[in-house]
Design a protein around this ligand. Structure first.
Ligand SMILES: N[C@@H](CCC(=O)N[C@@H](CS)C(=O)NCC(=O)O)C(=O)O
Length: 216
């Protein structure tokens, strides 16, 4: 059985958990915080979460994990059968993570954890995230799913990341840059949240967040 390590406030953890639930793969969860301790570094080379344990060993990097799950558990596919359509999913995910999420990540400290980002950082992040989202909106079909009429891995990744970017930008800039740049995104998020698997991920995330802030 797969073990998923990390914590439920992480959007990358929730991406993998959402995929496991949608693919109906048996798994257990073990709470691990990102860490530079040897015990974590042996299983995830930069000490990041999430990582998983498989019968063959540990695996880190959420996208490598998603692709492994798809190959090892072909039932309930999240990738389309057509090679070009599969590549379009990967293109979408790469854009979202490289040009939106990784950039917005620089303001999460202030948006979520009581840190402070410099004005320079905030300005730079805003410009780049807006450009990234505007690019992403050209790929996103919302018809009704991210890339068309089927639920795919693109939705698994879009949901946890875009919600967090929306929250962080609303908090820091007083406007939700996701909603501003991707018309129709609110209805899309509601559609994804009508799925029981997304509801389970969302409920566990809310509980983890409440616990996290209680201990602060
Ligand atoms: N590219 C990684 C990103 C994972 C990631 O950044 N995880 C965060 C938690 S959301 C983390 O472990 N941060 C600690 C760190 O960067 O040292 C993936 O896709 O798994």
């Amino acid at each position: 059985m797969i073990t998923l390590y990390g914590f439920a406030i992480s959007n990358y953890y929730n991406k993998v958990k959402f995929a496991l639930l949608e693919k109906d793969i048996a798994f257990s969860e073990e709470l691990v915080a990102p860490s530079q301790d040897d015990a974590v570094l042996k299983r995830s080379p930069l000490g990041k979460i999430p990582f998983i344990k498989t019968a063959k060993g540990y695996l880190s990097e959420s996208q490598a994990i998603l692709e492994y799950l798809e190959d090892a558990f072909p039932e309930h596919p999240l990738y389309p059968a057509d090679a070009f359509e599969r590549a379009k999913c990967r293109e979408f995910i790469q854009h979202l993570e490289l040009n939106v999420e990784l950039i917005a990540r620089r303001i999460y400290g202030e948006a979520l954890f009581g840190g402070t980002a410099s004005w320079e950082t905030k300005d730079e992040v805003k410009t780049k995230v807006e450009a990234g989202l505007s690019g992403l909106s050209k790929l996103m079909k919302l018809a009704p799913y991210a890339l068309g009429d089927s639920f795919t891995v693109a939705d698994i990744v879009a949901w946890p990341h875009l919600q967090l970017v929306a929250f962080a930008t609303q908090k820091l800039y007083g406007k939700d840059l996701v909603a501003e740049n991707i018309p129709g995104i609110e209805a899309y998020i509601k559609l994804i949240e009508s799925r029981p698997q997304a509801q389970k991920v969302g409920k566990d995330r809310a509980e983890a967040l409440a616990k996290f802030f209680q201990n602060k």
